[in-house]
Design a protein around this ligand. Structure first.
Ligand code: PGA
Length: 254
């Protein structure tokens, strides 16, 4: 059975408790779109309040530390996130790779810590505009992904989701063409099958991210091997976010 499309909102550093009403609206709307799995990753301060109120949507986090506890001022562990109600964590987002200097080895260690704490992982990868223009996007992304992927115990591949997000498309209004998205997702699928085997490699959903909005969601989500979307800006209001979920529900597989 094909997996339900997975539409994940990444609220980034947006949202105080005033945004809880938006989360409630997303949750109510998600109850009418059961063919789609809807999730949001609010700032850490809102994980528990959203988890307490959500009936349908899944709540996750945007980052975690690679250690379970310790003298790491200002950090938050995967165990703490799970305790607050998070079910997944986004790791290796380009804003953390670039802004916080996170390398592949650290992203991999975080992913392993998250899985050990019982969280699902959305692992991000993507190339810069310069890399795309130089013609080496496929090679770059596969290398980055291979070095960032966690060790997955047998039978646990469904706990992993990969998000392909070209850096130049994030928050810019630019999106990759369906042909480029299809080509990259097919390469990522082949890598997952090579690493985890035919059956388990096919269970990992591959999301596209970068300026996804209701107007372009249908076209993007219909590309083969696109199992959903990781959405930044357009996830901040129930109207636009659920417009994307609606498009996902109407895709051929959805
Ligand atoms: P965007 O962000 O939808 O605002 O481009 C996507 C992301 O960073 O996950």
């Amino acid at each position: 059975m094909p997996l339900r499309p997975y539409i994940v909102g990444n609220w980034k550093m947006h949202g105080t408790r005033a945004m809880l009403s938006e989360a409630r609206a997303i949750d109510r709307a998600a109850q009418r779109h059961m063919k789609v799995e809807v999730a949001i990753a609010p700032p850490s301060t809102l994980i528990h309040p959203v988890h307490r109120e959500a009936e349908q949507i899944v709540v996750g986090a945007q980052d975690c530390h690679d250690q379970e506890s310790g003298a790491h001022t200002g950090e938050i562990s995967a165990t703490m996130l799970a305790d607050a109600g998070a079910k997944f964590v986004i790791l290796g987002h380009s804003e953390r790779r670039q802004g916080q200097g996170e390398g592949d080895a650290l992203v991999q260690a975080k992913a392993e810590a998250a899985l050990a704490a019982g969280l699902r992982v959305i692992l991000c990868c993507g190339e810069s505009e310069k890399t795309r223009d130089s013609g080496s996007a496929l090679t770059y992304v596969k290398k980055q992904l291979k070095a960032s992927l966690p060790e997955i115990p047998r039978g646990a591949a469904e706990k992993l989701t990969v998000a392909y997000e070209p850096i130049w498309a994030i928050g810019t209004g630019k999106t990759a063409t369906p042909a480029d998205i299809g080509e990259m997702h097919a390469e990522i699928r082949a890598l997952l099958v090579e690493l985890f085997g035919e059956e388990e490699g096919a269970e990992v959903r591959i999301l596209y991210g970068g300026s996804v909005k209701p107007e372009n969601a249908g076209e993007i989500l219909n590309v083969p091997e696109v199992g959903g979307a990781l959405v930044g800006g357009a996830s901040l209001t129930a109207d636009s976010f659920m417009g994307i979920a609606l498009a996902a529900g109407e895709t051929e597989e959805g």
